[in-house]
Design a protein around this ligand. Structure first.
Ligand SMILES: Cc1ncc(COP(=O)(O)O)c(C=O)c1O
Length: 449
């Protein structure tokens, strides 16, 4: 067997890897060797508290033997089958997903991750409706393949323009803290705020012509772009607009699904049933790569006589399906959704307390174990700590300080995201908040007096 000592991992990996999302000359990867529960360790034996579930995906926590054993057993029994074959894990996972997904979503296409789940959802919507446009939001991330990049609204799309999938039109998010429509009226009541954003969407539908729009795709709760929680009535209103104009609703639950918000899926908070729903990440808690598109029976039935032109060699990979089954069973046996539901208010309170103590915090938001801290230079003007789509020395210093002190989290521009494994306890959350509290003292000093 090939092997290298731990202290050579970093240098050897740097020699031969091309890193995604990185300037190759500037990468500084953590050489990670093992992970358990809410922690992971590097080659020096340093322990990190994982406040990002690695890539917002290890929902049940690291190193769960039940999932690892299921993967081993499946690898011994049947490590691979052609995508057109029926396997035991495929049969069981379909049953399980049918139980936990909302409404009458009852057919599931398996993909390799979130991006291709979204691309397949778009293909299904276009094929089913015979229409081509897709409306998606600006503050969104839907994946990095060319079609998913076109759907993505945030600036990660821009370097690849204009050679992406055509037909996507973006609209604005109901983002109260930085609401375009309410700068002079920030205290508008929630119902009117919601209606303004629904009116904005309806106007765009009319301008684009509903006869050309196949689907509206939204992250049920926006993830990397800032844990934007829809105001009451918004998702229901989008659903109604879809019904009114014969447009399909696609919910991207890649990050918000599988317990993250304290329910199986974020749409469950508002009782909304999308026509198509995409998932990945928490579907296997990242023990193996897998995504899925859930669809209503009539969408599946539209392909009864027509061939669905799509699929990949690793579609419905048995090892990944086995991981998903074991992951869902762990979530059920250990009552992880209930635990997240209970920990949600705990995280909310810790965020609020932190916000009160630090002048550099403009706003905090959370739902379940899905939280964000917005750092501002000035609470009054809400000027973000970094300019639009950029970084700042203060944010870089903050990230460095958190990491040095053993807290791993994701920062996006001027925000810090808090997305820990869902098994986290109150004392482990407090451990992370203690590190945050100390590190933010430096950030506070840069705040305009
Ligand atoms: C909301 C959302 N959709 C889609 C994706 C893409 O998933 P993947 O990286 O598995 O392709 C992500 C990834 O972060 C995501 O957060």
């Amino acid at each position: 067997m090939f092997d290298i000592p731990d202290d050579e991992i970093l240098d050897t990996a740097l020699k031969h890897s091309f890193w995604t999302w990185s300037a190759q000359g500037k990468v500084s990867p953590i050489p990670v060797t093992r992970a358990k529960g809410v922690y992971f360790w590097d080659t020096d034996g340093k322990r990190y508290l994982d406040f990002n579930s690695m890539t917002m995906c290890v929902n049940i926590g690291h190193g769960d033997e039940r999932v690892i054993d299921a993967i081993i057993e499946q690898a011994k029994a049947l490590p691979y089958a052609a995508p057109g074959m029926a396997t035991k894990p495929r049969a069981i996972l379909g049953e399980l997903l049918n139980e936990i997904t909302p409404g009458n979503l009852d057919h599931f296409m398996f993909t390799l991750g979130g991006a291709d789940a979204n691309e397949n959802a778009v293909k299904l919507a276009r094929g089913y409706t015979g229409k081509h446009k897709i409306l998606a939001r600006y503050r969104s991330y839907h994946g990095a393949s060319a079609g998913a990049m076109a759907l993505t609204g945030d600036p990660r799309r821009n370097p690849w323009e204009p050679n992406l999938m055509p037909g996507v039109v973006h609209f604005l998010d109901p983002y109260r803290y930085r609401s375009t429509f309410h700068r002079t009226n920030p205290n508008i009541c929630e119902a009117d705020f919601t209606q303004d954003y629904l009116n904005h969407l309806e106007e765009i539908i009319q301008y684009e012509d509903p006869k050309t729009i196949a689907a509206i795709l939204i992250e049920s709760v926006t993830g990397t772009n800032g844990i934007i929680i829809p105001p009451e009535g918004y998702l229901q209103g989008v659903r109604e607009l879809c019904n009114k104009y014969h447009i399909l609703l696609i919910a991207d639950e890649v990050m918000s699904g599988f317990g993250r918000t304290g329910k199986w899926f974020a749409v469950d908070h508002w009782g909304v049933v999308p026509d198509l729903m995409t998932m990945a990440k928490g579907l296997t808690s990242a023990y193996a790569p897998l995504g899925a598109v859930a669809m209503k029976p009539e969408i599946a039935a539209a392909y009864n006589d027509v061939v669905y032109q799509g699929g990949l060699t690793y579609t419905a990979h048995p090892i990944s399906l086995a991981a998903a089954i074991a992951n869902i069973k762990v979530m059920q046996e250990d009552h992880i959704i209930e635990h997240t539901h209970e920990m949600g208010p705990v995280l909310h309170r810790m965020l609020a307390d932190l916000g009160e103590q630090h002048a550099s915090i403009g706003e905090v938001r959370s739902i379940g174990l899905f939280g964000v801290i917005e750092l501002v230079r000035d609470r009054h003007t809400r000027e973000p700590f970094t300019p639009w789509n950029a970084s700042s020395p203060e944010m870089a210093a903050l990230r460095k300080s958190l990491l040095e002190n053993g807290l791993y989290l994701y920062s996006h521009w001027h925000t810090l995201l808090i997305i820990p494994p869902l098994i986290i306890t109150e004392s482990q959350l407090a451990e992370g908040f203690d590190i945050l509290d100390k590190a933010l003292a430096a950030t506070d000093r840069s705040v305009q007096k």
